[in-house]
Design a protein around this ligand. Structure first.
Ligand code: FMN
Length: 178
């Protein structure tokens, strides 16, 4: 099938997505946030278990994260989404007991990041946090895992398609067998 405009728009969106670690001071509008949260809610998950919780941190609550982030750029992000997994309610693969909670949370976040990019927002996954500190700060129960914090906000410059540093296709794609 030839590439039509709709399809080209989809691929262009993903070529613009990159990790943003510097943010302008611009506030993220309530209606934009509402659309992003709906994307999280609608995400796919194994057996539709939805083993996730997302904590929206912004305004004065966000100040407390200044001790948690090591990179200064993240401290200027006006909106944080703390992505949490609930393994107890997640689907488990029977033969090896593999729990899919983190996978499901990651899928939801990835979908939200796609939508955020379309909204003109920049975002960055931040896995390098101290989960114990984050749990204490946000009063997250012991049974819940903190998967990561997503720093979000309008970037200083509009996102444009960029060259990405990636492994060549032949290193990662296998046809037929390993
Ligand atoms: C699960 C995950 C965790 C990440 N954690 C961090 C982090 O703690 N700090 C950071 O600066 N970037 C973090 N990143 C961003 C990656 O470094 C980035 O995605 C990668 O270098 C590719 O660059 P790109 O996102 O601009 O395409 C993380 C990304 C993912 C997917």
């Amino acid at each position: 099938m030839a590439m039509n405009d709709k399809l080209a728009g989809f691929y262009e969106l993903y070529s613009r997505r990159r990790s943003v670690r510097e943010f302008s001071g611009r506030h993220v509008e309530e209606e934009v946030l509402t659309r992003l949260l709906e994307v999280l809610r609608m995400a796919q998950s194994a057996a539709n278990r939805q083993p996730w919780h997302f904590i929206v941190v912004r305004d004065e609550d966000r100040e407390a994260f200044n001790d948690i982030f090591t990179k200064d750029g993240f401290k200027a992000a006006p909106l944080l989404i703390v992505a949490c997994a609930e393994p107890a309610t997640a689907w488990q693969r029977k033969p090896d007991g593999q729990n899919y909670a983190w996978v499901d949370v990651t899928i939801a976040i990835t979908e939200m990041i796609g939508a955020a990019t379309a909204e003109g927002l920049g975002s960055c996954w931040v896995a390098a946090i101290e989960p114990v500190k984050v749990k204490k700060l946000l009063e997250i129960p012991d049974t819940i895992d903190v998967v990561g914090v997503i720093a979000m906000g309008y970037p200083n410059e509009e996102l444009r398609p960029i060259e990405k540093d990636r492994l060549p296709l032949e290193k990662v794609i296998h046809y037929g067998k390993w």
